[in-house]
Write a protein that binds this ligand. Sequence first.
Ligand code: AMP
Ligand code: MG
Length: 365
Amino acid sequence: MKRKPKDFLIAFLLVSGLLIFAGCGKVERYSMTDIAMGTVTNQTIYSKDGDLTLAVRDIMLELEQEELSWRIEGSEIAQINAAAGSGVYTPVSDRLYKELGILIKLSEDSGGAFDISIHPVAALWNIDAWAAGENLEEEENQAAEINLEEQTAEESTFLDKQQSVIIPSREQIALALSHTGYENLSLTDSSIMLPKDMALDLGAAGKGIACDRIAAYLKEQAVCGAVISVGGSVVTIGKKPDGTPWQIGIIDPRDTSSFIGILYLEGENFVSTSGDYERYVEVDGVRYHHILNPATGYPADSGVRSVTILCDSGILSDALSTACFVLGVEEGMALAESYGAQALFVDMEGNISMTDGMKQFFKEK
Ligand code: AMP
Ligand code: MG
């Protein structure tokens, strides 16, 4: 399915409201499909208090512009990166400070499989261009988790397969790698400093952070329930007016128009998937994807095609899915369990394996 940017604009304008009388009393169903944080977002909100979709959209835009985007001059991450090598500490907001703490701990706990300082290598591979906004017109249908209730297939990222791809040389990768390493960050209790040529990239956790912010906001509103997806990260809160569980489809990594199965969830949940189908290019039959092994500088080659994490935190679901993808089934499973998270892996043969706790929620197709 090909979609043009204007289709999204239309989708954005067609925020729909539908009155429902059910278990939550009188609620209205609002939905919106849009682009934010460089990906497709989808909202379904059962609200007792009018349309909240624009407010949720603003949360994502503000998070991107003021805090997370390394591209937007003036964002906290852009300022930190711009000061790399200057010897000057950059103050960080309380929220970012907390998030950096969580992510640096995960870097340690994953033995470096997760590393927020991966940016010099990601930039060398030009990963961002594989998913850049200007490629929207040529995008493939790279679906992320799909809120089945919405019954719409969504694109999580966009790839112009026609663009020329240059595979970096081993020397270039070695040089870029020498500028990475979370252990070389200097963090005080309110500021951070990076060595020369290092740069942060919170792309592996940002969509989950957005889910945390959205959940916190919606829980303070008169909402019966909501399901929001930000690319490959999904949050559910509350309940559906008809009392049935939320249904989150897990994409088949080799047929992204279909699911390998469904997660049936009640109440508040955070679900993130990292997959080699989200952003990639193929050169001479080799798939180069966007999840990098910080030990080698090459796309992770741990024998998995996708990892889905279910837990009670957006930032952790997102960051763990990336970390577990790099670690592979055995080590990834152990890491997820050490965080009290549930994990589901699809390996290169299409086999599914999961933590025991995931089994009660997952139904294979
Ligand atoms: P995700 O799709 O959540 O797995 O995040 C992948 C994105 O995170 C990439 O596009 C990079 O910007 C960044 N990234 C890639 N590999 C890593 C890694 N090993 N640790 C942290 N961030 C990464
Ligand atoms: Mg992630």
